[in-house]
Every structure is written in C-alpha cells, then in structure tokens.
Design a protein around this ligand. Structure first.
Ligand SMILES: C[S@@+](CC[C@H](N)C(=O)[O-])C[C@H]1O[C@@H](n2cnc3c(N)ncnc32)[C@H](O)[C@@H]1O
Length: 227
C-alpha cells in the first residue's frame, strides 16, 4: 500500500502559495490544501507512479492544481497542464503556481463534457470519475487512454464499487460533501474494477490497482496503466 503523505514542511510551503494576497482575503484554499496535503497520500502516490517517465502530464479535472506543486516539490520537472471546468479554481491554480514560481505549468478552463484537450504523453484523472455521469466517465476514460504515449503513464485515483464497508462510507461522505457545498456535485457511479481492467486490456494497456487511502476512511484506489 502507498501510504506516505507529503513531508509537513513541503505541505506547509505549498499551502502558503494559496494564501490570499491581503491579510483579510479568503483563506479557504490555504486551509484546504494544508489539511489535504497532510492527510491524503494521493499526491505522493501519483508522483511515485509518474517519476519514471519524462512525458508531459495532462491533469484532467485538476482542481486548484495541487499535483503540479507536488511534482515540483519531488523534483519531477515534466511539463504539466491542468484543466478543469471550475473557473474560480483555475484562477486560484494559476495564482498559486505563479506565486510558487512553478515552471512549465499551465491551467485552462475546459469542460470535459464539451471538449477533450489534444495531448500525447501521461494523463492523470484524480478523484474525478465518481463525480461525473456514467456516460461522461466512459468518454473521459477513452480520451485519457487515447492520449497515453508509448512512454506515457495513465494514473487514475477513484473510489471503486466493490461492495466493501469502505465503499459505502465513501459514498456517504461524498454525498455529504455535496450537501455541505464542499463539492459542486455529488457522487454518480463508482467504477467497477473488472470493467476498468477489461477496458485497459482492450486498449493494449497493462494496469495495476493499489489501495491509496492511507488513514482516510475512503475506498480510494490508484490505478496505473501503461502500454
Ligand atoms: C474532487 S475534485 C479533484 C481535484 C483534483 N484532481 C485533485 O485531486 O486535487 C474533482 C474535480 O473535477 C472537476 N470536474 C468535474 N466535472 C468536470 C468536467 N465536466 N470538466 C472538467 N472538470 C470537471 C471539478 O471541478 C473538481 O475540481
């Protein structure tokens, strides 16, 4: 299992890039990123999977761009482009990346339901699939697979529908986050592991599934696939 979270000093330094420009500004993303980076093994687990490749990364549903910070903190300097349909998050991502001096990083507002960006390299899809409708899930997966270059890596984190207690807890917390307004959408369908494996195999990708939930209560898995 991949359990490590970011070193506390790195988590704090990254979170500081999300502080508001003025003392009275909104500190939500500062506290959010600090807590997330300290508690969730997501980014170290993804960085570890990407470390072996020099291919550019396309981050689908990048949120506020924390993966870009985690990559650079770990000395991984591949080109990074993050896209998300939430314009305020992209504005925040751009501001924080500029403040942290991240090089070769770009962010764009794109709704994946309307358009999939052109790309060839590695692709990440982190905590996105369960929040989009089933047909959009399939479209995102097909587009991600088609964009994996020979030296590229596909890294997905998602909850899986495996009937476990963790799976039920994940659904409850994701639904609660929607009600509380922490997420702009609730959970739709959690992917099925066998269906995912079959999809990758049909596309000529080898895949490995590893738990990636650390000390969190979620049923989150890291899926790494490559040609
Ligand atoms: C739980 S957040 C994960 C953010 C980021 N991947 C991370 O792990 O830090 C899910 C993200 O998917 C984005 N998203 C959902 N539907 C989308 C769509 N149709 N097009 C682009 N982004 C979308 C949301 O705006 C949100 O930022």
């Amino acid at each position: 299992m991949t359990d490590a979270t970011l070193p506390p000093a790195d988590a704090l330094r990254i979170a500081r890039a999300f502080l508001p420009p003025r003392w009275y500004g909104n500190r939500y993303h500062y506290y959010y990123s600090r807590a997330k980076l300290r508690s969730d093994p997501l980014y170290p687990g993804v960085v570890e999977a990407l470390r072996g490749s020099r291919a550019a990364v396309l981050d689908l549903g990048c949120g506020i761009g924390l993966l870009a910070h985690a990559l650079r903190a770990a000395g991984v300097e591949v080109a990074y482009r993050g896209v998300d349909n939430d314009a305020p998050k992209i504005a925040q991502a751009r501001q924080a990346a500029a403040r942290a001096g991240l090089r070769d990083v770009a962010f764009e507002v794109i709704d994946l339901a309307d358009a999939m960006p052109a790309h060839s390299g590695s692709v990440t899809v982190l905590d996105v699939l369960q929040f989009v409708p089933p047909e959009a899930q399939d479209a995102i997966l097909d587009a991600a697979i088609a964009r994996i270059a020979d030296d590229g890596i596909l890294v997905i984190r998602t909850g899986l529908d495996d009937g476990s207690t963790r799976a039920r807890t994940t659904r409850r917390i994701d639904a609660f986050s929607r009600v509380m307004g922490w997420m702009n959408t609730g959970p739709k369908r959690y992917p099925d592991a066998d269906a995912l494996r079959a999809r990758f195999e049909a596309a000529g990708l080898r895949s490995t599934f590893t738990p990636l939930y650390g000390n969190t209560p979620f049923n989150n898995w890291r899926i790494v696939a490559a040609r």
